[in-house]
Design a protein around this ligand. Structure first.
Ligand code: DX5
Ligand code: ZN
Length: 227
């Protein structure tokens, strides 16, 4: 059954001049989370958005705000993003010197913590931290931009992670981020993804947010988990 797959539209491809409206459209179309991509020009080459945007989004929706911190030294910023209204705080394992401490800090505030893996980072690096996190984000593009092509090797990582989670009886959910489309969403789900992030497949000029979300849901309805 994949009816439980969550969709997390990323506002990185939204029309920022009418952000509130775009979020309401995504919510009406059944979004589970709103994914917010924070980039600092250091961990990734570009700068995107910060806490003022998270506060603004928090005012227009009660949906879970999934904060993706693509920043160097994330420990310096996690409190600010929780204060701004973030519900899930995701940090990159490549950027966090003390991911275990970050996990404790986030969970002490009753929030959820996620750990993210770049395409070139092996799953094995998570061995010790996996029991401490609520979510693992497998990047299926190199972080920095929306609209990039899905990297297929991410699916094998999702399968390996699912196996580790099952073997350990752990709670972590698997999120796939980058290049997700109705074409590859079923394969992500079959590999073990619980949450799919999508920016350009949801917010684009080709169709409405409602139509794009419906396409993703329709594609997912045809998947057998574990197939
Ligand atoms: C990439 C971001 C992604 C991005 C996804 O750096 O972390 O969340 O917005 O964009 P699409 O879905 O267009 O690949
Ligand atoms: Zn992201």
């Amino acid at each position: 059954m994949t009816s439980g797959i969550k969709l997390a539209p990323s506002i990185l491809s939204a029309d920022f001049a009418r952000l509130g409206e775009q979020i309401r459209e995504a919510e009406a179309a059944g979004a589970d989370y709103i994914h917010i991509d924070v980039m600092d020009g250091r961990f990734v080459p570009v700068i995107s958005m910060g806490t003022p945007i998270v506060e603004a989004v928090r005012r227009v929706t009660a949906l879970t705000l999934d904060i993706h911190l693509m920043v160097a030294e994330p420990e310096k910023h996690i409190e600010a993003f929780m204060d701004a209204g973030g519900d899930i705080i995701n940090v990159h394992v490549e950027a966090a010197t003390h991911p275990h401490r970050i996990a404790q800090q986030v969970r002490a505030r009753g929030k959820r913590v996620g750990i993210c893996l770049n395409p070139g980072t092996p799953v094995s690096v998570l061995e010790e931290i996996l029991p401490e996190v609520d979510q693992v984000m497998v990047m299926s593009v190199n972080p920095g931009w929306s609209g990039q092509r899905f990297i297929e090797s991410a699916l094998a990582k999702v399968r390996r992670l699912q196996q580790l989670i099952d073997e350990g009886g752990l709670r972590a959910e698997i999120e796939v981020d980058g290049g997700v489309t109705p074409e590859n969403a079923p394969r992500c789900a079959a590999a073990g993804a619980d949450v799919l992030v999508a920016a350009s497949a949801v917010f684009n000029d080709r169709a409405s947010v409602a139509e794009n979300m419906a396409r993703l849901r329709e594609a997912l309805s045809r998947v057998e988990r574990g197939a």
